[in-house]
Write a protein that binds this ligand. Structure first.
Ligand SMILES: Nc1ncnc2c1ncn2[C@@H]1O[C@H](COP(=O)(O)OP(=O)(O)OP(=O)(O)O)[C@@H](O)[C@H]1O
Ligand SMILES: [Mg+2]
Length: 465
């Protein structure tokens, strides 16, 4: 609204729902302003950026292109840097060897000369490693029952606003549920009800037998604010010695004096790492992760991704990080308008079928407009036609019009039918739902083309009348 010349955005997609993130993407792609944005949302970076500045090892490197282009160029650069470093190392070793052997002999002068040059040679450094990213590992203590969580006729509300109603579900061991939905819809509230943090307003949601949850809260309040990091870990592992505690914090990037810092002074990303350090010690068999990638840098997100991929328990993943959801979720819950659609497939599959659905909805809207136009034209024509005499050609063209009209009506009915079928979220829950949706989508495309032809034929018939 301010009409700035430059937009500075610091992690704008944290907490944002998918729809708003997509809106922001479109806005930023269309704007003429210069945009400088900090983000660790890989899908967002890929869609929006045309330059990347990567800060690493106390220095910034500029790359041209989006996120994928950056990854490729960086990998290439690292390889080159590594090669050059190894090559230089070899040269130096060889020269040092020469100098050692010849310093006292006949070629002493030469050896000294080389020593001088060698001492001035700028030394290359190896490419920065990944020592900054965290070493997260998620182990399951006890295996736990096969039924991890159950919801029956669940109803959640705040004040007189209903967030979720009449929800039934069974979560099986090993599920990785990507839980999505608009901001303020009630995702975090459902997780809180699941761990018994809040009551339900009807029905129930409960954990199965021998299920021990670890809860990564969206607001990170599980990290005690006024304790040192050292004490936080010490409280969780009273039997550990100093070395073990420092070692554990070291895995998450806190070394030396940093372990004495209090959580209140930490940056968003640092606090997120402490939360994960705490979860690692829980050995829980159910992870409730509420927007875990907010604040985390890409390396840490990838470390989290790897750890969850290897994890053998069950996971609820509330997230709007599309790259993460694509990598992990094998089941998707979509909270919309008080109902949760339980999609039995990966997030990528969900993206495909929901794009299909959106497409169907927009086609339906366009068709509706088109047929309204036709009906209006028909009305005008009916009015203008009065008083004209019937002749053979006129009768023929009227027949053509009638045929074209019935063709239009038939196609329209089929388009409407297909659109309704595609718009039904339940379609995607049946076995083969994805395939069926794709074939319905393809049929819709064909019908749409036919409908366009029918309209064209009708228009020709009208013109000839
Ligand atoms: N204690 C409370 N008092 C009043 N309203 C509340 C309270 N707790 C939650 N709400 C409201 O309930 C709704 C659901 O909140 P919730 O945190 O579950 O949303 P969410 O789906 O997790 O959203 P987001 O994507 O923004 O994290 C929100 O509109 C929120 O403002
Ligand atoms: Mg939330």
């Amino acid at each position: 609204m301010q009409g700035p010349d430059i937009l500075l955005l610091d992690e704008p997609t944290n907490h944002l729902d998918l729809e708003t993130t997509r809106w922001l993407e479109e806005y930023l792609k269309g704007t003429d302003e210069t945009v400088v944005l900090i983000s660790h949302d890989r899908a967002f970076l890929e869609n929006v950026c045309d330059h990347i500045l990567h800060v690493e090892a106390h220095s910034g490197t500029a790359y041209l292109g989006g996120y994928t282009a950056f990854l490729e160029q960086r990998a290439h650069r690292q390889l080159e840097q590594q090669r050059a470093f190894v090559q230089q190392r070899k040269t130096i070793d060889k020269q040092e060897d020469y100098i050692r052997r010849h310093l006292a002999g006949q070629n002493s002068k030469q050896a000294k000369g080389r020593r001088k040059i060698l001492s001035r040679l700028p030394r290359l450094t190896p490419p920065p490693g990944e020592e900054d990213s965290m070493a997260l590992r998620l182990d399951v203590g006890e295996r736990g029952g096969d039924q991890v969580a159950v919801a029956e006729k669940l109803r959640l509300a705040v004040g007189d606003r209903v967030l979720i109603e009449n929800f039934f579900a069974i979560v099986q061991r090993g599920d990785v549920i990507g839980f999505i939905g608009p901001n303020g819809a009630g995702k975090s509230t459902l997780l809180r009800a699941l761990v018994g943090d809040r009551a339900t307003e009807g029905g129930e949601i409960r954990l199965g037998g021998s299920i021990t949850p670890a809860y990564y809260r969206q607001d990170l309040t599980q990290v005690p604010a006024n304790q040192s990091l050292y004490d936080v870990i010490n409280d969780l592992r009273p039997m550990w010695g100093r070395g073990a505690i420092q070692g554990h914090l070291g895995r998450f990037g806190f070394s030396g004096d940093a372990v004495q810092r209090s959580a209140a002074t930490l940056s968003g990303g640092e606090r997120a790492r402490v939360a994960l350090a705490m979860i690692m010690l829980s050995r829980a068999n159910l992870l409730l992760l509420d927007e875990p990638t907010n604040h985390l840098d890409v390396e840490s997100i990838e470390a989290l991704e790897d750890a969850v991929e290897r994890y053998e328990g069950t996971v609820f993943l509330v997230s709007h990080d599309r790259a993460l959801l694509r990598a992990l979720a094998n089941r998707v819950w979509i909270l919309h308008d008080r109902h949760i659609t339980d999609f039995d497939g990966s997030f990528a599959e969900w993206e495909t079928v929901s794009a299909e659905r959106e497409h169907a909805a927009s086609v339906a809207a366009a068709e509706e407009q088109e047929s309204r136009r036709v009906r209006e034209k028909q009305k005008t024509r009916a009015g203008a036609k009065d008083g004209k005499k019937d002749t053979a050609p006129r009768r023929r063209s009227r027949e053509e019009i009638a045929t074209a009209e019935s063709e239009v009506a038939k196609r329209e009915a089929r388009v409407a039918e297909l659109t309704t079928m595609l718009a039904d979220p339940e379609l995607y829950n049946r076995g083969n739902g994805g395939k069926r949706a794709a074939s319905l989508g393809a049929e819709l495309e064909r019908e749409k083309t036919q409908l366009e032809r029918a309209f064209a034929a009708w228009e020709r018939a009208i013109a000839a009348e």
